[in-house]
Write a protein that binds this ligand. Sequence first.
Ligand SMILES: Nc1nc2c(ncn2[C@@H]2O[C@H](COP(=O)(O)OP(=O)(O)O)[C@@H](O)[C@H]2O)c(=O)[nH]1
Ligand SMILES: [Mg+2]
Length: 306
Amino acid sequence: MMNNLEKLKLGLQKTKNKLFTGLTEAFTGRAIIDEEVISRLEELLISADVGIDTTEQIIESARYNLINNNGRDEASLKKSIFDEFKKILESTNNNYVNKKEHVKPIINLIVGVNGVGKTTSIGKLAYLDKKDGKKVLICAADTFRAAATEQLDIWANRVNVDIIKGDIGADPSSVAYKAVEKSISEKYDITYIDTAGRLHTKNNLMEELGKIKRVIEKKLLRAPDNTYLVLDSTNGQNALTQANEFKKVTYLDGIILTKLDGTSKGGIIFQIAKTLNIPIKYIGIGEGLEDLQQFDPDSFINAFLN
Ligand SMILES: Nc1nc2c(ncn2[C@@H]2O[C@H](COP(=O)(O)OP(=O)(O)O)[C@@H](O)[C@H]2O)c(=O)[nH]1
Ligand SMILES: [Mg+2]
């Protein structure tokens, strides 16, 4: 059995390869860092989707360290990169206060465009909470496609948690309402509501998200405790565009960043951390039950370093 750190390392392998194999190659035959190495580093960061702003920040700090003689060897350069990475990842989660731990049931709404991994992530989250001894309910409010409900049903069976389903074509907000009602009356600890892949370009779908939230609030007497936006790390810049569209219509409590295992462009996590100002809560590193981890900047950097 692999532990979490080993899993994370494996999940980040493609991005690590891209960044560090190239960097090691750039170093071959050189004792010290020069501008050529720095510009190679710049290229590598950009190609791993770290983003222009973030890349500039890292390059500036690398140059600063060089000038100030904090070592001109590979190890010092790597250290300066990692320090900067860490700063960026920590900044996004710093102002996050987990103030909702005491309420019950915790109602979590999961949003995002089609295919990013909402349903799969709910299955994995339910698994984590169940392992924690929580009473978990999941709700299929994606009533547009029969397959969506079936898929969540499979996860419910697999993880052995309860599920609330609506008929195909039913009003998603009515299904969400029923889920909240059941959560309260049957004293669930935590509830995850799956929603349709509301394309951010389609206004009616965004309006529907608003309606789901209003209906939940009516029953719960407060807003949903968390609205998590799922972003797919293989989507590159599009992931940022999606986040900005969703931000316009709803407050987002956190991001679930999926499919880090499937891309060499996992550097997108630094762009997300730097530009969106929404805490990254979970990361997906595979398709299996245990392939979702609570995001922790320290472990992430650790897995990245080693
Ligand atoms: N490799 C990998 N695949 C994932 C991850 N999360 C989700 N997927 C896959 O992405 C596809 C779409 O996921 P799904 O949950 O149906 O997305 P939804 O449309 O947002 O509900 C499925 O094939 C999942 O198995 C992940 O972290 N890593
Ligand atoms: Mg789905």
